[in-house]
Design a binder for this molecule. Structure first.
Ligand code: PHE
Ligand code: ZN
Length: 894
């Protein structure tokens, strides 16, 4: 393990390597404790670089042999993980033999064991934990891989590309040889050797080629693969139709593994997935699980073009592939939902389904990315420096990165965007490039559209604030809108320049209808929503031809990742909740109103929920013309984490009491309506994953939550009945969650019944852990949640070695339960330090993720800060603190 804290790596220091690799032949003799890797590289001099050694990186390897053109190297230097070899000529063969211990590898990076099989994870820098290699994304080589293993233990041997040979070996062993025809960076290498079975399907691509699709899982899970397979086929079709992009291999494989640090990995032709994003059947997976599987399968598949065929020059460009691929998966999911919804509910249903998806994405951005942008780790979507690249797989690089691509799409239009994509691939297929290359292709394909000012989005951290103010001139029928923008300073970046911000806007008349928009100087009034371009610190827009003072609806569809500061009174928020033609803004109006009400309660515990809010809420709830999925979104209170960030000197205990009071009030005051929802949203006899059904289930589950919070006996009884009679996990878990988040004595027995039913199902147990870790104390006499979390650490199903378990139990407690985590006595904080230290010894990446749950500690009250600081210091000072964790805590303490 690295013990010294890592040095800072800078984007400006990028230099191409003097030598790259053309072909690489890997041979693996797989063994749980002593795997021998023989690596034969054809190294070639880089014509663009003058002189210099062959550079290879290696980490946690036992080197057995190294030769250059068959000879011991004449001159070799070693410095930490870097190995430099001087070589003559233009092309040399370097052969390295290393021994590694997969069983001892608890980092889940490199080659590791999971449930008796062998799996790899190489992004970002895991390949160097397998063999010595120029382990950077700008080295693209053709790989040939031979795997050798015990036939009984590992009957299935997989790697990237095409299977070209296989056979028996003495001693009960066998082998398989794989060839990947496409040059790729080492981070896309993968192997799997395990006891697995596959669901297979053969499909034709748009050019008529037949390809084999496989989803590999453990035998008992074969009945949970159909949805992942369907999702893959849908993703393939969508990429053909939307971008003209076709699968380029004869075989495409997805493998599910239970121990995985992240969601999934786009290794060429051999995607490796966390089981959580593959396995689903109605009895074990919720609607949300189904939705996530569809989007993650698509995401990884889409990487084949945006990431693999065209990859990143260096890791600072990560958003080149991630922002773009998240945008693509978001568009795909929206299209899928809209397609199904339009069958049932026509174009209006389709529009609503799209809006619900957009709201989901905005929720994630606000909950995860806005706090990151306001904390010590704030960075631009293309960072300038890092200590540990694994810490930069962030909501900023992914989700804000996707927003930046979305803004390009908004500015250029669907067709212009498509032309830009086509040009990007025509220029850069097979290359490792930068974000500038992408934006330049977009510009060139759109008549030289000037995107230079737009590039600031790539370099500036922090969430811009946009302020709007309006002036009405009744005599002239003119409405003057003034927009200003300002981005707060972030660590290392004090000064900010104005950005290009597309602001989609509508003007609502007093009758609740949108007015056609005409800017001063324009001939005719046009559409009712249009996109203004805010490019300066302050700009004014004059709309004419209006019959009455309008109410502006700004940032429709959340057209830019900014915080919109609006000075709207309660009446105006209620008006927009009832009338805004843009569903995102209608939802946003409800969120703003709820935020105001909850924060007022937090500031004044003796206060009451404003009656106007209850009324506006009631109108939305009772509007049966509205899609249930939309109502479920609009009637859910803003996330606790998001609200905490909106408080100055954030007080989680006060916020928790306020949220409880708001939930109880809304549950009680609207009990009749919630019960009516439960009547109309009765469970469907047969489960199908369908946005219409999912929306009804979501609204019914929300009704149970409010009623249970309010202690409503009929609601609790209904939750009990639904829990016991459920035919699918969405309903069973929704009812269970309502019971657990209540003071009802039934909650303990329900949890026990759930456990008994699913005791052998790892993924369902994750839900069981998370639900308990996230439990609020509705019953004031109940023990603190921390006690329960502590005892669950000893549950036989729990393991610190399994990231899903850690995220479910510890992640939920630290991130999603601030009211309990930040107990005034500091017990939660001490527990946090203890667990981060224990995790860090096994898996630094996961430990760093857990460590990040306290990064915004300075936003909390002084008393909480005083309790947290020594715990941060304790972790940083702990023996063997990894560079991953040290970077996070170091920045938090700066
Ligand atoms: N590249 C993966 C994705 O976004 C994420 C990942 C990163 C997985 C690093 C593992 C390790 O699809
Ligand atoms: Zn990705």
């Amino acid at each position: 393990m690295k013990t010294e804290h890592a040095p800072t790596i800078r984007r400006a220091d990028y230099r191409p390597l003097p030598w790259t690799v053309e072909t690489v032949d890997l041979h693996f003799s797989l063994d749980a404790e002593a795997t021998v890797v023989t690596n034969r590289m054809l190294c070639v001099r880089n014509p663009d670089v003058e002189g210099g050694p062959i550079r290879l990186w290696g980490e946690a390897l036992e080197r057995l042999a190294l030769t250059v053109d068959g000879q011991p190297p004449a001159s070799l230097r070693e410095d930490g993980t870097l190995l430099e070899i001087d070589a003559r000529g233009e092309r040399v063969v370097v052969e390295v033999r290393t021994r590694i211990n997969p069983r001892a590898n608890t980092t889940l990076s490199g080659l590791y064991r999971s449930n008796g099989g062998f799996f790899t994870q190489c992004e970002a820098e895991g390949f160097r934990r397998i063999t010595c290699f120029p382990d950077r994304p700008d080295v693209m080589a053709r790989f040939t891989v031979t795997l050798e293993a015990d036939r009984a233990a590992c009957p299935v041997l997989l790697s990237n590309g095409n299977l070209v040979e296989q056979g028996e070996l003495p001693g009960g062993r066998h082998y398989a040889k794989w060839e990947d025809p496409f040059p790729k960076p080492s981070y896309l290498f993968a192997l799997v050797a395990a006891r697995l079975v596959a669901l297979e399907r053969r499909v034709r691509t748009m050019s008529g080629r037949e390809v084999l699709l496989q989803v590999w899982v453990e035998e008992g899970n074969l009945d949970r693969c159909a949805h992942a397979m369907d999702s893959l086929v849908h993703a393939m079709r969508w990429d053909e139709e939307t971008f003209g992009l076709e699968l380029d291999l004869d075989r495409f494989m997805i493998v599910a593994v239970a121990d995985f640090n992240m969601g999934a990995m786009e290794n060429k032709g051999l995607n490796i997935f966390n089981t959580k994003f593959v396995l689903a059947k109605p009895d074990t997976a919720t609607d949300l699980d189904y939705e996530n599987i569809e989007s993650v399968v698509a995401h990884e598949y889409f990487h084949n073009w945006t990431g693999n065929r065209v990859t990143c020059r260096d890791w600072f460009q990560l958003t080149l592939k991630e922002g773009l691929t998240v945008f693509r998966d978001q568009q795909f999911s929206a299209d899928m939902l809209a397609r199904v919804a339009s069958e049932a509910a026509g174009p209006e249903g389709a529009a609503s389904a799209r809006a619900v998806k957009r709201i989901d994405d905005v929720r994630v951005l606000r909950a995860a990315q806005f706090p990151e942008d306001a904390g010590p780790m704030a960075h631009p979507i293309r960072p300038d420096r890092y200590q540990e690249i694994n810490n930069f797989y962030t909501a900023t690089v992914y989700e804000k990165g996707a927003e930046v691509i979305r803004m390009l799409h908004t500015l250029l239009g669907q067709e212009g965007f498509r032309n830009g994509m086509d040009l990007y691939f025509s220029y850069h297929d097979g290359q490792a490039v930068t974000c500038d290359d992408f934006v330049e292709a977009m510009s060139e394909a759109n008549n030289g559209f000037d995107l230079d000012p737009f590039m600031r989005w790539y370099g500036q951290a922090g969430t811009p604030r946009v302020k709007a103010s309006g002036a009405w001139d009744a005599a002239a029928g003119r409405y003057t809108l003034t927009l200003t923008q300002d981005t707060p300073p972030t660590p290392g970046q004090a000064l900010k320049l104005p950005l290009v911000i597309p602001v989609a806007l509508g003007l609502i008349g007093p009758d609740g209808r949108d007015r056609p928009l005409r800017l001063e100087g324009e001939g005719q009034a046009g559409a009712t929503t249009r996109v203004l371009r805010l490019t300066e610190a302050e700009q004014t827009f004059r709309f004419v031809g209006l019959d009455a003072e309008p109410v502006p609806s700004l940032l429709r569809g959340f057209s830019a990742p900014v915080i919109l500061e609006l000075d709207e009174d309660d009446a105006r928020l209620a008006f927009r909740m009832a009338h805004d033609a843009d569903p995102c803004n209608r939802w946003d109006a409800a969120q703003r109103y709820a935020e105001r009400v909850v924060l007022a309660l937090a500031a004044d515990p003796a206060g009451e929920v404003a009656p106007g809010f209850v009324e506006a809420f009631c109108i939305l709830l009772g509007d049966d013309r509205l899609d249930p999925a939309f109502r479920a979104q609009a009637l859910a209170l803003p996330g606790e984490g998001y609200l905490l960030e909106r408080m100055s000197a954030a007080d989680p205990a006060a916020l928790r009491s306020a949220l409880m009071k708001a939930m109880r009030t809304l549950g009680r005051a609207l009990a009749a309506s919630w019960l009516a929802v439960l009547e109309t949203m009765a469970p469907a006899p047969v489960y199908r994953y369908h946005p219409g059904d999912a929306g009804r289930r979501a609204l019914a589950n929300l009704a149970l939550r409010y009623l249970a919070a309010a202690g409503d006996e009929r609601g609790l009884a209904c939750a009990q009945v639904r829990f016991e009679g459920a035919t699918n996990m969405s309903e069973r878990f929704g009812a269970l969650a309502a019971l657990v988040q209540s003071a009802s004595p039934a909650r303990g027995t329900a949890l026990a019944a759930f456990h008994a039913r699913y005791r052998d199902d790892a993924l369902v147990l994750d839900k069981w852990f998370a639900l308990q870790a996230g439990a609020w104390r509705w019953d004031a006499t109940a023990a603190p949640t921390l006690e329960r979390v502590r005892s669950l650490l000893d549950d036989p199903a729990f393991s610190l070695a399994n990231p899903n378990k850690v995220y479910a139990l510890l992640g939920t407690f630290f991130r999603a339960n601030p009211g309990e985590f930040h107990a005034a006595d500091g017990s939660g904080h001490a527990f946090w330090a203890e667990q981060v230290i224990a995790l860090d010894a096994k898996n630094p990446q996961v430990a760093a993720r857990m460590a990040r749950t306290l990064e915004n500690w300075r936003h909390l009250t002084a008393a909480l800060q005083a309790s947290i600081r020594p715990q941060l210091e304790r972790v940083l000072a702990s023996e063997g603190c990894s560079p991953d964790v040290a970077e996070v805590i170091g920045k938090a303490l700066e």
